[in-house]
Write a protein that binds this ligand. Structure first.
Ligand code: EPS
Length: 387
């Protein structure tokens, strides 16, 4: 199972191709659209989200509500493209025609300068159009396909916001369903209403000051059987793959599982989870400090993964940079930006994690046909319960 995305932020469309999805699995575009709509919400987003209405068009791999086993191809149109046709069109332009909105001033914290050095573009629009977080809409479409697999295998996944600008949501003992419902009703996807209000105030303050703020997102997965992933090779460790996927989201700078970085301050007896057994559940852990992974494999306990997002680097408040043509210093300022995208990033994180989890599962079981995959996983669940 793998996916590719294509498309520029102000180009015609975003395209996602997902390969390796079992045949004969029920799927609808409504499920994918639900994910795309969730990603567009969130307090702190800029004007662009008022322009876009992200809806998917499935153009391959699905027929009459079922997957065919062929690549699933999906398209999300960029409504903003109508304002950018001359600037982002694919046709060659006359030599005497002046290219508009050329970017020669790299924004600190963005891919602009490093991307230009690497690819030799002197117009940094050629970099920023693709490095834009607009691309995460296409990744959410891929993750939404993965989520339909997980859902039909009784695996639930939800992403929410743990912290914004240092304001922490209090830990609450909630089911995945409750987490889904509460985070969905919160403008900042917080499970803690009080903290959520303070997060919104912090976003208002950042906006007023022309600044941006970051935070921490968390994803929780329940229903995963133990023993998915492997310890035998670095690239088969499922927690490693999940961490890579999370860190690849635009502006993400770090990943933790369970107690995460706090493990460095604790003794082993405070970090590891004692093993127990019951007739009904089979093996289980008395606690879940390691967040559902041991030895690169799932433990059968809920998977709890956090990702930290830096403040968006596109700021109204100018930061110093250098124009690559004149080599003169200037203060970078912009016309349009989000002041906080952490709530939207929680949805993105949920979807990139869903993809890696579904991929790990499929690798371990026959998956050409969905009914056979489901049967094999049900049988494995019973085997490990009786082990
Ligand atoms: C982004 C800048 C903004 C964001 C965009 C990511 O877009 P624009 O440059 O058009 O104002 O709104 O996010 C999205 C378009 C999206 O769909 O999430 C950036 O520079 O990364």
């Amino acid at each position: 199972m793998r996916y590719l995305t294509a498309g520029e932020s102000h180009g015609k469309q975003l395209t996602t191709i997902v390969e390796g999805i079992p045949a004969r699995m029920p799927i609808t575009k409504e499920e994918i659209n639900e994910s795309l709509i969730r990603r567009q919400k969130g307090y702190g987003r800029g004007k662009r989200m008022q322009i876009e209405k992200d809806l998917v068009d499935i153009v391959g791999g699905v027929r009459h509500g079922y997957t065919l086993g062929s690549p699933i191809s999906m398209v999300i149109r960029n409504d903003d493209f109508k304002h950018w046709i001359d600037i982002m069109g694919e046709d060659p332009i006359d030599e005497d025609q002046k290219i508009r909105r050329v970017v020669t001033r790299p924004r600190p914290g963005h891919a602009d300068l490093n991307g230009s050095l690497k690819y030799g573009h002197r117009d940094m629009r050629n970099i920023l159009e693709r490095s834009s977080a607009r691309e995460t809409a296409a990744r959410v479409a891929a993750g939404a396909v993965a989520k339909t697999i997980l859902k039909q295998l009784d695996i639930q996944i939800v992403g929410y916001v743990k912290q914004i600008a240092g304001i922490e949501a209090e830990e609450k003992d909630l089911t995945v369903e409750e987490k889904m419902e509460i985070s969905e009703a919160s403008p900042v996807r917080s499970l803690d209403e009080e903290a959520g209000k303070k997060m919104m105030e912090a976003i208002d303050q950042a906006k007023k000051e022309g600044d941006s703020i970051g935070g921490v997102c968390e994803v929780c997965i329940e229903g995963m059987p133990a023993g998915i992933g492997s310890y035998v090779h670095y690239d088969r460790k499922l927690d490693g793959r999940v961490a890579g996927a999370v860190n690849s989201i635009n502006a993400f700078k770090g990943v933790e599982f369970g107690v995460g970085f706090d493990a460095a301050r604790k003794n082993g007896s405070e970090v590891h989870d004692e093993i127990a057994w019951s007739e009904e559940k089979g093996y289980y852990r008395k606690t879940n400090r390691l967040g559902g992974f041991e030895g690169g494999m799932t433990t059968g306990m809920p998977i709890i993964v956090k990702g930290v997002m830096k403040p968006i680097p596109t700021l109204y408040k100018p930061l110093q940079s250098v124009d690559i043509e004149s080599k003169e210093a200037f203060n970078a300022s912009i016309e349009r930006s989000d002041s906080c995208a952490v709530p939207a990033a929680a949805v993105v994180m949920e979807h990139v994690v869903a993809f890696e989890i579904a991929k790990g599962l499929l690798e371990q079981f026959p998956h050409d046909q969905f009914p056979k995959l489901k049967e094999a996983i049900d049988q494995y669940r019973e085997e490990i319960r009786c082990f």
